[in-house]
Design a protein around this ligand. Structure first.
Ligand code: TYD
Length: 266
């Protein structure tokens, strides 16, 4: 339990390790075990394809803990996640996958780019769950694509897409009631998937306030990266609020992820 508290532990010092990915919000390092990677969450934050950049003190630690807690809930619900174990206050060991360059966005409530693009007011709850695909390409600005584009580009097969939709639906079905229980409307979130050496697919992403929209059910307050995108202030407070509410419903936090996997039979 202790190790998930934000004041616990040092930030990871991974100098000397080969860097696989050096992003603003995440750095990824090689591990001695070639089937693993070390993911470090930093305090950096960006929006609008890197146009806006800043640092939010403590965000790296919060995202590390939030991602680990949500991985625990997903594993308990039978979803395999890349999370292996926490390494330091801001880093975790994860399973390495060959990441598919397609982002899948799930929308339970209309907000952000979908509201803008279609001229719909934010906050409308559609009768169905909406899935968007985006092609991960910085040069092209991560354009919205559909299943057929993704297959034509050689990014995925139709069978893989089907599996990605069903895994994403399952993730949403686990997270919706979890967040509802802590007074949060899970408006939308983004996930990515990767291939394991045997060709099977696995979630290859972390769910944090950086890539999801969390609205307080009672007040409608936004507790996610929109506070940064839209200059609403109190970004760190919002991230801390999500962390502390999640802590209150994560009873298994003393357990190792392998125990959780065993409990859920996978
Ligand atoms: P979306 O509304 O499409 O974009 P924007 O944030 O520009 O309004 O985003 C939907 C959700 O997916 C939102 O919670 C942010 C997340 N997301 C990412 O994490 N990365 C991305 O590249 C995109 C496009 C979305």
């Amino acid at each position: 339990m202790e190790r998930y508290h934000l004041t616990e532990g040092d930030s990871g010092k991974h100098d000397g390790r080969p860097v696989i990915y050096d992003g603003v919000a995440i750095k990824i390092y090689e591990d001695e075990d070639p089937s693993r990677i070390l993911v470090q969450f930093t305090d950096g934050i960006t929006a609008y394809n890197m146009i806006k950049k800043a640092r939010i003190a403590g965000k790296g630690r919060i995202n590390n803990a939030v991602s680990a807690m949500l991985a625990g809930h997903l594993e308990r619900g039978g979803v395999r996640t890349p999370f292996v174990r926490l390494v330091s206050a801001d880093s975790q060991l994860c399973t390495k996958t060959d990441v598919i360059p397609v982002e899948m966005i799930v929308r339970n409530v209309i907000a952000g780019s979908m509201a803008r693009r279609l001229g719909i007011e934010e906050g409308i709850r559609p009768g169905n769950t909406i899935y968007d695909l985006c092609y991960k390409s910085n040069d092209l600005g991560d354009p919205l694509i559909n299943d057929h584009h993704a297959v034509a580009l050689g990014l995925v097969t139709y069978a893989e897409l089907q599996e990605m939709y069903s895994m994403t639906e399952k993730i949403n079905s686990i997270l919706l009631p979890l967040f509802k229980g802590i007074g949060i409307d899970l408006v939308d979130f983004k996930v990515e998937f990767g291939r394991l050496p045997d060709g099977s697919l696995m979630l290859a992403d972390h769910i944090t306030p950086d890539n999801a929209r969390f609205w307080d059910i009672r007040t409608g307050e936004r507790l996610d990266k929109d506070r940064f995108r839209r200059d609403m202030g109190k970004v760190g407070d919002a991230y801390r609020e999500i962390h502390s509410r999640l802590l209150s419903v994560s009873p298994f936090f003393g357990s190792d992820i392998s125990d959780i996997r065993q409990m859920s039979g996978h």
